[in-house]
Design a protein. Structure first.
Length: 182
């Protein structure tokens, strides 16, 4: 009996030790999970902060781009206007001369026209002025009339009004007279 008695407390101690060991493991597991949870919360907060910062940066970039587009629309013609100011000044000066001769007016008009052409060219506005005999191009020319002529059919006879192109886009086609088909 003494064997049974001595083994009974040992058998009873073993489950208590097992419960204590399990409780210790559970406590360690809870502590590990709480630590992992705290790390994940910190990481989540950091990612949320990064997201909000990136979102704010994207919004600021969008707003800056809108401002730049608005300014470009508003002031895009500024360079062109600056190039035309000398032309306006020349015309004002011509009108301020009370007793200008026809020769002086002619010379002033020629100089002012050169200034205007120069300002247009600096802003990529190029004249379309086809020579007589040049092939009619409906992309650049608008036929106002068709006349019989001794030159090849569908060619320009004369230019009634110059056309203009700005950076490869037609502002106005040249108004031309074209030879009739034979």
């Amino acid at each position: 009996m003494s064997e049974n008695t001595s083994s009974a407390p040992a058998a009873q101690a073993a489950p208590e030790e097992m419960e204590a060991a399990m409780a210790a493991r559970t406590s360690d597991e809870i502590a590990r999970l709480q630590s992992e949870l705290a790390e994940l919360k910190a990481k989540s907060a950091d990612l949320a902060d990064q997201f909000l910062r990136a979102k704010a940066e994207a919004e600021n970039a969008r707003r800056r781009a809108e401002d730049e587009v608005s300014k470009a629309r508003k002031f895009g013609i500024e360079g062109f206007a600056e190039n035309l100011l000398p032309v306006a000044d020349s015309l004002d000066a011509a009108l301020a001369l009370p007793n200008a001769t026809a020769q002086q007016l002619r010379e002033g008009t020629d100089a002012t026209l050169r200034q205007l052409h120069s300002a247009l060219e600096r802003n990529k506005v190029v004249a379309i002025n086809p020579a007589a005999g040049e092939k009619f191009d409906p992309n650049f020319h608008q036929a106002i009339s068709v006349v019989p002529a001794a030159q090849e059919a569908n060619t320009v006879v004369s230019v009634l009004q110059k056309g203009y192109v700005i950076a490869d886009r037609i502002l106005r086609p040249a108004l031309v007279t074209v030879t009739a088909p034979k």
